[in-house]
Ligand binder design. Sequence first.
Ligand code: NDP
Ligand code: MG
Length: 383
Amino acid sequence: MKKIVLLGATGSIGDSCLNVIRQNKKHFHLFAIGLGANLDKAQKIAKEFNPEHIFVAESNIDKSHDLLQSYPNILNTEDELQELIQDPCVDIVISAISGFAGLKASYFAIDAGKTILIANKESIVAAGDILMPLAKIKNSEIIPVDSEHNAIHQCLPLQRNLNEISKIIITASGGPFRKKTFKDLSSVTLEDALNHPTWNMGTKITIDSATLVNKCLELIEAHYLFQIPESQIEIVVHPQSIIHSMVTFIDGSSIAQMSNPNMEVPIANALSLDERLSIDFEGINFSELNLSFESIPDGREIIFEMAREVCKKKGSLGVIFNASNEIAVEAFINKKINFIDIYKVIQRTFEHFQCSKVSTLEDIFEYDKQARIQAEKVIKSLH
Ligand code: NDP
Ligand code: MG
């Protein structure tokens, strides 16, 4: 029985993880959950799964909430989170907090040498230079949950010989604005951007999918996770979201991983440490399948150029790229800027900084802070 700490339990990935765990109760015990502020949902989860511990990041919580009847000792501080993750009885940490806020949890899990299932791509993008070498030193296994990266993980042979890989092809649904020209994007609304054609996800990643910044984050994530140069990573738009990614080998064979778009599939794979898990899923109806592929829509090249620069130069560029995007997305969600301004905020913030070396997690937090301040300045300058 593997003991799991699920961080981001009240989110969209959290829901999917719980569905997989629910169907495989004999293999897993939900040892602890972590969340931001949604105590009502945490209470429902606690009632069903009875975890030993609950971590709530928000410090200003309702002390009279029913959840505190059964859990008077809710964990709240960063030290408590670290202690929880480091508990020797924990086998698996699922890192599914949204955004840069998830970095500390990913760091604690890797530093403790745990098996970490990583959904929080922002951790890898912002701090790949710190986390990947640390994972090697601490013998922590990082298993990707992001559907594309989990697909690549499944396509690669166990004895990964990087010399045998010709290229990795990451697929993209293209999001809700695939058919729009860059100029058309000046009139899209928040509601339009939240209307993703194939995936049902949290708000931040849904906006990232609409801008295609999600694919940029995934390019950087793949570069770090699989240690593949960006020149060997291709992005192709595949609107049906059936093929989640592919690997082409030097002998000309391409291997693809397919499923209907449902995050429970990559999560079940990531959780299947020894053997495949059984889950209830809707199989692909192959006789009705029409797969198509196309290039990234025009006008969005600049963000991919920045993402490729992050891969080539690394250092502080990943955290700057990520922070500028988070600030821009937040401003767009709060209706302070237009959709198309997101690109301006990222580009102008990114161009403001030189690439610097990062040696510690503190360096990452410092560059994150500076990039956020600069991105806010850019937003002010837009008005
Ligand atoms: P959601 O917005 O649905 O959920 C976010 C989760 O993080 C919630 O449980 C939230 O808690 C929690 N949270 C937010 N801030 C904090 C904090 N400071 N400390 C602790 N917990 C916090 O996001 P998703 O589930 O969509 O995404 C989670 C991660 O997975 C992201 O990094 C995303 O990029 C990645 N991902 C998501 C996919 C998807 O299909 N959704 C696909 C691939 C990757 P609360 O709500 O209680 O405040
Ligand atoms: Mg993805």
